[in-house]
Design a protein around this ligand. Structure first.
Ligand code: NAP
Length: 395
C-alpha cells in the first residue's frame, strides 16, 4: 500500500486525487493533507481519511480547524509555510502529490524532493519558476518526478522506453483546446467577462488555470514547463490547437513517426497513472469512443489574438528569472481580472509591462527566485492600482 500526502487537497486536483484513492482503497493510504484556508472541505476530508498530519497555510483557518476536530485524536493540525513543509516531508509518506496552485507549491515541493519523496506534480508554476533547481534536486535525491498535467503526462507517456533519446525527438507538439474564445474575434476580447472566460469548453478546473486557458497563458506555462521537464530546446516545442481535447499531446520523432496519447478529458486518469506509475489500473472514467468522436481537428495558434503565448515563448527564450516574473505576475493579474478590476486584454498588457521592467538574473538561486516572485507581484499590483493599463480598452 502506498502512503501519500496531498498538497492542495481541497482543490480540483486534490478532490480528483481523493476520488482515485477511494477507487483503489487497497492501493493507497492518505497520510497527509494540506491546503490554504478551506476549513470546511479539509474537515470533511479528515473525517473521511483520518490522515496523521494536516496543514492550512492561513493560521486563523488552522486554529479553527483544530477546534473543529477536537474529537479526532489521530490527526495533528499545523499552520503556515512550516506546516505545509511538514506535510510535504512527513516520514510516513513515500509519495507527495503537489496539487497546489501557484508559487505556494515551490518550497513544499523542493522540501519533499529533498526529503526523498517521489513527486506526482501538477503545479506547472513550480516548474516554470524553478525548473533547473527542481530537476537538480530530483537528480541529487534519486526520486521520481511524474507529471499529472494532461499535456505533460501525455508526453511523459509517449516517451516511455525512450526517456533519454532527446536527440531523436524532432519536436514536442503540445495540444491546446483554444479555450472559450477560440472562435471569438480579437476585437471582442476587450469586453469579455470573467464569467465568459470561466466557461471552458472541455475541462472543469480551478479558476486560475481556467482563466489561463482562456488567455492561452496556460499553454505558454506548459511550453516553459516542457522545456525543463523534458530537457528540450525551445525551438522543438510547438503548440497546436485541437478543440476536441482528445489528443493530449504528441512526440514527433526524427524518423517521421509521431506518437500521441489520447483519452477522455478526465484528470483522474493522469492522477492515477502518476500514483501507480509504471503500472496501470482500471479506472471508473468514461471510455474514449473514437467512433463517436469521428473527427479530430488541428489548427495553428493565432499568436496575435493570444499574446500571452508569445510572452511565454519570450520568457522561455530569455530564461533566468523572466519566467518567474511571467508566472508570478500572472497570479496577480488573473486575480484582478476575476475581481473585474482589469479587463481581459489588460492581462497580457500588464504582464508585458512587468517583464519589460525586470532586470533578468541569468542563473538564479532559490532566494533570487523568491525575491523576484515578490517583486513581480508587487510591480503588477502597482500597475493595476495606478490603472496604468496598456490595452486599447478605454476606462
Ligand atoms: N484542475 C485541473 O484539472 C488542472 C489541470 C492541469 C493542471 N492543473 C494545475 O494544478 C494546480 C492546481 O489547480 P486546481 O485547478 O486544482 O486549483 P484549485 O481548484 O484552485 O485548488 C488549489 C489548491 O491549492 C491550495 N492552495 C492555494 N494556495 C495555497 C497556499 N498559499 N498555501 C496552501 N495551499 C494553497 C488551495 O487551498 P484552498 O482550497 O484552501 O484555497 C487548493 O487546495 C495548478 O497549478 C494548475 O495549473 C490543474
Amino acid at each position: 500500500m502506498k502512503h501519500i500526502a496531498i498538497l492542495g487537497s481541497t482543490g480540483s486536483i486534490g478532490k480528483n486525487t481523493l476520488s482515485v484513492v477511494e477507487t483503489h482503497a487497497d492501493e493507497f493510504k492518505v497520510v497527509g493533507l494540506a491546503a490554504n484556508r478551506d476549513v470546511d472541505t479539509l474537515e470533511q476530508q479528515i473525517r473521511r481519511y483520518r490522515p496523521a498530519l494536516v496543514a492550512l497555510n492561513e493560521p486563523a483557518a488552522a486554529a479553527q480547524l483544530s477546534e473543529r476536530i477536537r474529537d479526532i485524536n489521530c490527526t495533528q493540525v499545523l499552520a503556515g509555510t512550516e506546516g505545509l513543509q511538514a506535510v510535504a516531508t512527513m516520514p510516513q509518506a513515500s509519495q507527495v502529490l503537489d496539487g497546489m496552485g501557484g508559487t505556494a507549491g515551490l518550497l513544499p515541493t523542493l522540501a519533499a524532493i529533498n526529503a526523498g519523496k517521489d513527486i506526482a506534480f501538477v503545479n506547472k508554476e513550480v516548474m516554470v519558476m524553478a525548473g533547473p533547481l527542481v530537476k537538480a534536486a530530483v537528480k541529487k535525491n534519486g526520486v521520481n518526478l511524474i507529471p499529472i498535467d494532461g499535456e505533460m503526462s501525455a508526453i511523459f507517456q509517449c516517451l516511455e522506453g525512450a526517456r533519454d533519446q532527446q536527440p531523436d525527438i524532432h519536436r514536442l507538439l503540445i495540444t491546446a483546446s483554444g479555450g472559450p474564445f477560440r472562435e471569438v474575434p480579437k476585437e471582442a476580447l476587450y469586453s469579455v467577462t470573467p464569467q465568459q472566460a470561466l466557461r471552458h469548453p472541455n475541462w472543469k478546473m480551478g479558476q486560475k488555470i481556467t482563466i489561463d486557458s482562456a488567455t492561452m497563458m496556460n499553454k505558454g506555462l506548459e511550453v516553459i514547463e516542457a522545456k525543463w521537464l523534458f530537457d528540450m530546446e525551445l525551438s522543438k516545442i510547438d503548440v497546436v490547437i485541437h478543440p476536441e481535447s482528445i489528443v493530449h499531446s504528441m512526440v514527433e520523432w526524427t524518423d517521421g513517426s509521431t506518437l500521441a496519447q489520447l483519452g477522455p478529458t478526465d484528470m483522474r486518469i493522469m492522477i492515477q497513472y502518476a500514483l501507480t506509475y509504471p503500472r496501470r489500473l482500471s479506472a471508473p472514467v468514461p471510455r474514449l469512443d473514437l467512433m463517436e468522436a469521428r473527427t479530430l481537428h488541428f489548427e495553428p495558434v493565432d499568436f496575435e489574438k493570444f499574446p500571452c503565448l508569445s510572452l511565454a515563448y519570450s520568457a522561455a527564450e530569455v530564461g533566468g528569472t523572466l519566467p518567474v516574473v511571467l508566472s508570478s505576475a500572472d497570479e496577480v493579474v488573473v486575480a484582478a481580472f476575476l475581481e473585474t478590476r482589469i479587463r481581459f486584454m489588460d492581462i497580457p498588457a500588464i504582464l508585458a509591462r512587468v517583464m519589460d521592467a525586470h532586470a533578468v538574473i541569468a542563473d538564479p538561486t532559490l532566494s533570487d527566485i523568491l525575491e523576484v516572485d515578490r517583486w513581480a507581484k508587487t510591480t503588477a499590483r502597482s500597475i493595476i492600482k495606478n490603472k496604468k493599463i496598456m490595452s486599447q480598452a478605454s476606462y
